[in-house]
Design a protein around this ligand. Structure first.
Ligand code: ATP
Ligand code: MG
Length: 414
């Protein structure tokens, strides 16, 4: 017997959910268009190195979460866990460096082997943007402003908080790393196993630990902000001033570090209190070294990604779409005529439902269930008279309308 349940952590997206997902994705796409971002679609799978070389050997994604397999040709392939690495790969493979700066929007499924829970799936969808080729803070400000406008247009402005931090440049992070390691070494025995492993290889990630014991130790750790050199400090101040100018509220969170190794300077997250532990709906930052690290050109970048499922849990249905017009024939002749009428009305842009079977009562019930705005009743009498009875499903009012006048009469239900 085949196993008929979906694989753990995957789900079927039924029409109601798809409507909400679409609303999230289309809103993001439309607003990104206002900022001059065009859509890029990269493959859902890439050579494993695209991710393993860039995300860092110690990131959760590379160590625990990737779906990796050898294909029939013997190549090592990974289902993409995130969008940025593939897009920078595309920049290099397509020789797009002469087109910099590039503004790219993307959407689509991502895959991570994680423990499934509310707002956390193994296959999930993201929308995101990347702004490549601009090293100045204006790019950070603009990408954050874009995120803010998308969330506002989804009606979430009051439900989310923008948290902001600076990871500084390479020099600042190196200085901080030394201070942090010195501090954490004093508490090494009390750190979680994961964090002890990261102590040598990627100590900054410990700041991101969700382990209770770790968190207590981290609370008193030296702060990254205190290690920022002059240039990094100025960069961060410029980002903050830009957000102030635009009236975008934010909270500085000195503990905010991004999970991936390639980030520098600005790191940010939009978080909510309404989704329990999965409170981050949109996250991003600056990644100036990534392109070079992949063997590509100098291409500083800043971008973010948002979880479509998590956003969808927060947004409402949006404007109610008017229900369809139900065409309800009675009798064989009427049935045939109804099919023609239905097609004609659909051709004119009306949404029309043709009841498939059953008596009048049953078909009316179905029309009700579909939220029909009107029903056109067609029996032999109507056929003979060249008209149909149009019933307004809200008021219950009925009127007989000739076929010639039908389109005009129905205009109100568009
Ligand atoms: P988290 O800390 O929740 O694991 P993350 O830091 O791994 O998030 P990112 O890699 O920054 O997440 O991805 C950007 C966004 O994608 C997240 O803020 C979240 O909204 C969404 N996301 C990440 N992983 C999942 C998942 N497994 N299921 C659903 N959405 C996800
Ligand atoms: Mg994660």
């Amino acid at each position: 017997m085949a196993r008929l349940n979906p694989v753990r952590g995957t789900h079927d997206i039924l029409p109601d959910d798809n409507r909400r997902y679409r609303r999230v994705e289309e809103t993001a796409y439309d607003v990104a268009g206002l900022y001059g971002f065009g859509e890029i679609t990269t493959p859902v799978f890439e050579f494993t190195e695209v991710f393993s070389r860039t995300l860092g050997d110690t990131s959760d994604i590379v160590t625990k979460e990737m779906y990796t397999f050898e294909d029939r040709g013997g190549d090592l392939i990974t289902l993409r866990p995130e969008g940025t690495a593939g897009i920078v790969r595309a920049l290099i493979s397509n020789g797009l460096q002469q087109d910099l700066p590039l503004k790219l929007f993307y959407r689509g499924p991502m895959f991570r082997y994680e423990r499934p829970q509310k707002g956390r799936w193994r296959e999930f969808r993201q929308v995101g943007i990347e702004l490549l080729g601009v090293a100045a803070p204006i790019a950070d400000i603009e990408t954050i402003a874009l995120a803010q406008q998308i969330l506002s247009e989804l009606g979430l402005a009051d439900k989310v908080t923008l948290e902001l931090n600076s990871l500084g440049d390479t020099e600042s992070r190196a200085a901080y790393r030394d201070k942090l390691v010195a501090y954490l070494k004093q508490h090494e025995s009390k750190l979680s196993e994961d964090s002890r492993m990261r102590l040598e290889r990627n100590p900054l990630r410990i700041l991101d630990s969700k382990d209770e014991g770790d968190r207590a130790i981290i609370a008193d750790a030296p702060r990254l902000n205190d290690s920022l050199n002059e240039a990094s400090r100025t960069f961060f101040d410029d980002v903050c001033t830009g957000l102030d100018d635009l009236g975008i509220p934010y909270e500085i969170n000195p503990k905010l570090v991004r999970g991936l190794d390639y980030y520098c300077h600005t790191a940010f997250e939009f978080t909510t209190n309404e989704l329990g532990a999965q409170g981050t709906v949109l996250a991003g930052g600056r990644y100036d070294g990534l392109s070079k690290q992949m063997g590509g050109p100098e291409a500083p970048g800043v971008g973010w990604a948002a979880g479509v499922e998590r956003l969808s849990l927060l947004v409402d249905e949006g404007e109610a779409v008017p229900g369809p017009i139900a065409v309800i024939p009675m009798g064989d002749a009427a049935q045939r005529f109804a099919m023609t009428l239905t097609q004609k009305l659909r051709g004119k842009g009306f949404s029309v439902e043709l009841g498939y079977s059953g008596n009048l009562g049953k078909r009316m019930k179905r029309a009700d269930k579909l939220g029909a705005c009107a029903a056109i009743l067609i029996g032999d009498d109507e056929l003979n008279r060249g008209s149909g009875t149009v019933r307004d499903m809200v008021t219950g009012e009925q009127s007989e309308v000739s076929w010639d006048a039908m389109e005009e009469h129905l205009a109100r239900y568009r």
